[in-house]
Each structure stands twice: as C-alpha cells, then as structure tokens.
Design a protein around this ligand. Structure first.
Ligand SMILES: [Ca+2]
Ligand SMILES: [Ca+2]
Length: 167
C-alpha cells in the first residue's frame, strides 16, 4: 500500500517508519520556501512484523502504532483491505470494550466495512476471542478472524496525514 513516488511538484525527503514523506517547495524571490511536508497519500499503512521482525500481541501493537502517530489499522473498504500478507496480521478491530460490539481501536472511527471469514467472529472453542487478525493463507487471504489477543503477530498501523496534506 505504501506509495513509492512523490509527485512531480514534490521532492522525496525520505521515509518515516517506512512511510514515504515528500516536501513541496516553491521559489519565491530567489529563496526556496518550504511550503509543507506532505505524504503522497493522505493515509499511510505501516507494516510491522514481516519476515523475522518483532511481532507483538494486539495491545502492544496498538501502543506501538500510537507511538508512531497513528493507531492500529482501520480498514474502511476493500481497497484498504487488499494487502499482501504472509502471516496472519493484526488490524485495529476488537470487541474488548463490549463483547460482540466490534469497534476500531482509535475509539472514533465507525465500522464502515468488514470482511469476516465464513462463520466469524466465532469466539472459537467457547473462548473469548477479542481481537481481529487478517488471514494470510491463499484460500482465506484477507478475510478476518476474531482470535486471542495475546498471540504475537505482525501488525498494520494506519497513520493519517490529513492536516499537512495541502495539495
Ligand atoms: Ca469476542
Ligand atoms: Ca475466530
């Protein structure tokens, strides 16, 4: 999901936690004037825990995403859900606040889209599964499953650049 280019009017300044950051510069009276720092996308999805990187339980993953200025990923549509996964991966949905009332971890985003696998969420085995991961297997790829929050998994953060995106 990460974009790899800045637009022609922008210049790459580098990556912040794997999210590409561009700056937009204009020339004014022979001085370069920095107008803004922009991400090419208004949101950036940041994967952690791919390959042999550190993986985390759902609560730690949420804390880490918040430290980066975002939260665990809110998935609002099929496009945002279309990520290439190699291992089941945490997203920001849980029913930790109220059983069977699934909500995003940022506490404000409405649940606009879900992609539950068949028969999910199911609190499998009569246990209270409270956190949602996306399946990575070819057959069920990208579908959602409620599962145990204390499992160590890769995770996806979503960082929004809404206030600095001035194009
Ligand atoms: Ca549950
Ligand atoms: Ca389940």
């Amino acid at each position: 999901m990460n974009t790899t280019e800045c637009t022609a009017a922008q210049y790459i300044v580098g990556y912040v936690n794997e999210c590409l950051i561009c700056i937009k510069i204009s020339v004014l009276n022979n001085f370069f004037l920095l107008l803004s720092i922009v991400s090419p996308l208004s949101v950036c999805f940041l994967f952690k825990g791919k390959s042999n990187e550190f993986r985390a339980n759902w609560s730690y993953a949420r804390s880490w995403c918040r430290e980066q200025g975002g939260d665990l990923a809110v998935i609002d549509n099929q496009y945002e859900n279309g990520k290439e996964l190699h291992y089941p991966t945490w997203i920001g949905l849980s029913d930790l606040v109220e059983e069977n009332q699934y909500a995003w971890s940022d506490g404000v985003s409405p649940v606009l889209y879900t992609n539950w696998n068949e028969n999910e969420p199911n609190n499998a085995g009569g246990t209270n599964e409270g956190c949602v991961s996306m399946h990575a297997s070819p057959v069920f790829h990208g579908t959602w499953n409620d599962t145990k929050c204390d499992q160590a998994k890769p995770y996806i953060c979503k960082i929004t650049f809404g206030t600095s995106h001035t194009d």
